[in-house]
Design a protein around this ligand. Structure first.
Ligand SMILES: Nc1nc2c(ncn2[C@@H]2O[C@H](COP(=O)(O)OP(=O)(O)OP(=O)(O)O)[C@@H](O)[C@H]2O)c(=O)[nH]1
Length: 716
């Protein structure tokens, strides 16, 4: 391996050496920790694919190979792969610029650039199509294209979902001219809508991908409106035409009727089989306008994404709106007015490839010696030092909508978990973190997420990438307390809920967050889904027929009802055919109460919940029963109760048991008896005392993670 470096280094020019150094760093990085260590995520994120092209040889190394051997594969090809279906005489997959021929972006004017995104409902094939386009343009090899190159996180590949939008540049020759195409692959799940909105801000158009057998779904509509509201041209494309159940005719009419899009010569493709993929990029070039920036104006650079890299710090993804940005330039953030120097700049191809330069219309990365991820304010505008410009409108920061307490299963792991959470949040600015202390669970954190899938993903990453064992409490939405003096406060933790005295003297109103849900489903399931929404306190506001088989219904629903088992119920009652999406609708007065869980009359703070009064009986009984099933028998009777204020809702009783650990020691072996009693004492240290009841931490874990509907893994 090292001999390869020496041999190879001698052949390389300086530019290659830079790559090689990065490459070597990742080698060291890879070998310095295990897959479960805390740095593993950074390693995964650091480089998935490293690709060096020298003297006509491609050395492709894919080291996004979890638990991999370092050199999983070397590939030697003399030419880039071509599309299996590339047939158009006017277009061709051009030889992509190689790493040793420094990519000269000064020769690519804004007129020859297209910045576009792929938007769609979950699983309609965005990432598969993105991979195929990268393969068609020779940006990745055929081998890599089966690996969903742009889904970089372990959890994205495991779950088959995109969580983080990814940007990649491609070079494509069309009618004798070379174009620079910047593609952004976006997530489909509603929790990550924020990623879609900010990606669209860096684009001049979108491909709207629709599954030929499923047709328009809830997130197809939501993403269409996001792009439409930003005045972006939208190119409809129908995917999965290879499926037997494909019904392209009906999907075309849905696209026309629901969105009013022109479907003459619409692309009908199979991203999986590569059918008609070559028809897409010519359409992108012809139908999506080029960026309008002026290279001669003062610099205006728009920050639309960022992530943290252990070695270089924060990497910023920028769209250059006007002017040009070069390595060594001194620039200022319009948001913080902090000054930075550009230490590296280039394009994502698909990994970072330095170009030393980006100009108006181009999209790429810049490293600005930012030390902490929080300095990269998404939506910020950068300008040259002493050349201020009018900042671009920017975005509202992502708003966490679901809050839960996270505690280590073993209290000794607190510091390690603290480090892991800090590292994980470096690359996920949408998470809000606050320390919290619980009588029952000890020290932990109250963490805010965009939704329950986001929460699930966060927990999975903590467990898999940082080897953490955590207890996650019941998720809560932010409730609003309106006081008599006109002030209001948001409550994100049941422990902050006003007590009965405060309620009667000080509080005028309690409010809960509402959403507007869009549900698309086959006609046959309408009745059961209307029942479901009614049971969740939903109110129908709209109803539309999409075609003769499917309807679109709109309901206002409390957010708290959606973050519980709504999605699972929707899928199971509609045999998987219904899809839904929601948007924020503000707050509405609501009769919410705090339910306490008491063990021998002592409330357990970690197991309190804020609920609508109508749910108290059902949830109260269920909780008391479930907790009684996970608490081990004690030496005396234990009463488990759920209560609102002083009013008991439900009660379960665990009968007494005296566990005599020395019972099996017949005869008079005193030392053995002593040993067993010592062991029992050790075990007791791991117990929590709730009143006079000893509770193992595991009981909380079992209660919160097993029977609880909210902790069931969220399906897409
Ligand atoms: N039969 C068939 N399957 C396809 C096609 N394109 C994608 N798929 C499959 O559909 C599934 C979802 O594809 P993805 O590319 O992950 O979908 P996505 O839209 O990126 O999903 P999210 O990122 O979760 O929103 C995968 O199992 C793909 O193999 C196609 O043209 N035909």
């Amino acid at each position: 391996m090292l001999s390869f470096f020496l041999e190879y280094e001698s052949e390389c020019n300086n530019n290659h050496k830079n790559h090689l150094n990065l490459y070597r760093k990742s080698f060291i990085l890879k070998n310095s920790f295990s897959s479960s260590s805390s740095s593993y995520y950074n390693y995964l994120n650091f480089r998935k694919i490293y690709r060096i092209n020298n003297c006509g040889y491609n050395y492709n190394y894919n080291y996004y190979n979890n638990k991999c051997t370092f050199f999983r594969r070397w590939q030697t090809t003399s030419s880039p792969p071509s599309s299996p279906s590339s047939s158009s005489p006017s277009s061709s997959s051009s030889s992509p610029p190689s790493y040793n021929s420094v990519i000269d972006l000064t020769k690519i004017p804004a007129q020859d650039i297209r910045n576009f995104s792929i938007i769609a409902h979950v699983d309609h094939g965005k990432s598969t199509l993105a991979d195929k386009l990268l393969e068609l343009t020779g940006t990745i090899s055929l081998h890599q294209s089966h690996q969903q190159v742009l889904d970089k996180l372990n959890v994205e590949r495991e779950r088959g979902i995109t969580i983080k939008a990814q940007t990649c540049s491609m070079f494509y020759k069309y009618k004798g001219k070379e174009y620079l195409l910047n593609l952004i692959d976006t997530p489909g799940h509603v929790d990550f809508n924020y990623e879609v909105s900010r990606s669209l801000a860096a684009c001049q158009g979108s491909i709207l991908l629709v599954d030929a057998s499923q047709g328009i779904q809830a997130q197809t509509a939501a993403n269409f409106w996001l792009a439409f509201n930003q005045d972006l041209p939208i190119l409809p494309v129908i995917n999965k035409i290879d499926l037997e159940s494909a019904n392209t005719k009906s999907v075309i009419s849905q696209i026309e009727n629901s969105f009013g899009l022109d479907t003459t010569d619409i692309c009908l493709i199979s991203a999986k089989l590569g059918i008609n993929i070559d028809k897409i990029l010519p359409k992108v070039i012809e139908k999506i306008p080029h960026p309008n920036g002026d290279i001669n104006k003062p610099l205006k650079a728009f920050l639309f994404d960022s992530w943290y890299d252990t070695y270089v710090g924060v990497v910023c993804l920028m769209a250059i709106v006007d002017g040009k940005l070069q390595k060594g330039d001194k620039i200022v953030s319009a948001y913080s007015e902090l000054k930075y120097e550009v230490s590296d700049i280039g394009i994502m191809y698909p990994e970072q490839v330095p170009t030393g330069y980006l100009h108006a219309g181009q999209v790429g990365y810049a490293i600005l010696s930012m030390k902490v991820a929080a300095e990269a304010h998404i939506g910020d505008t950068f300008y040259h030092y002493k050349c201020p410009v009018e900042p671009l409108p920017g975005f509202e920061p992502a708003k966490p909508m679901v809050f839960a307490g996270i505690f280590p299963v073993d209290a000794n792991e607190f510091n390690k978990l603290d480090e892991s959470i800090k590292k994980l949040t470096l690359n996920d600015a949408s998470v809000s973190v606050q320390k919290e202390t619980s009588m029952a669970l000890g020290q932990g954190w109250r963490i805010g997420f965009l939704g329950t899938l986001h929460m699930d993903v966060f927990q999975q990453r903590l467990e898999e990438e940082y080897d953490a064992s955590v207890i996650v409490t019941q998720p809560t939405v932010p409730y609003k307390i309106v006081y008599r003096d006109g002030k209001s406060k948001f409550v994100r933790n049941p422990s902050e809920f006003p007590d009965p005295d405060e309620m009667s003297y000080n509080v005028v109103e309690l409010q809960e967050p509402m959403v507007m849900a869009t549900i698309i489903l086959p006609n046959d399931y309408m009745g059961v889904i209307m029942d479901l929404c009614g049971g969740k306190r939903g109110e129908q506001v709209d109803y539309n027929s999409l075609d003769e088989h499917r309807v679109m219904m709109r309901y206002t629903l409390p957010l708290s009802e959606i973050v519980t088992d709504f999605h699972d119920e929707l899928k199971s009652r509609s045999s998987g055919y219904a899809s839904f999406d929601y948007e924020d609708m503000g707050y509405k007065a609501s009769d919410v109460v705090k339910m306490n869980l008491l063990i021998n009359k002592k409330p357990v703070d970690a197991l309190a919940a804020i609920l609508h009064r109508s749910q108290v009986q059902i949830v109260g009984r269920d909780w008391a029963k479930r907790l009684s099933e996970v608490i081990p028998k004690q030496l005396y009777e234990v009463a488990i109760q759920t209560a609102i204020g002083g009013k008991v809702i439900a009660r379960e009783t665990i009968s007494a048991l005296r566990k005599n650990v020395t019972a099996k020691c017949y005869g008079g072996d005193v030392t053995r008896k002593m040993k067993l009693l010592e062991k029992q004492k050790e075990g007791k240290k791991k117990m929590k005392m709730i009143g006079n009841v000893e509770l193992p931490q595991k009981a909380f874990y079992d209660f919160l993670s097993k029977g609880d509907p909210q902790s069931k893994k969220n399906k897409k």
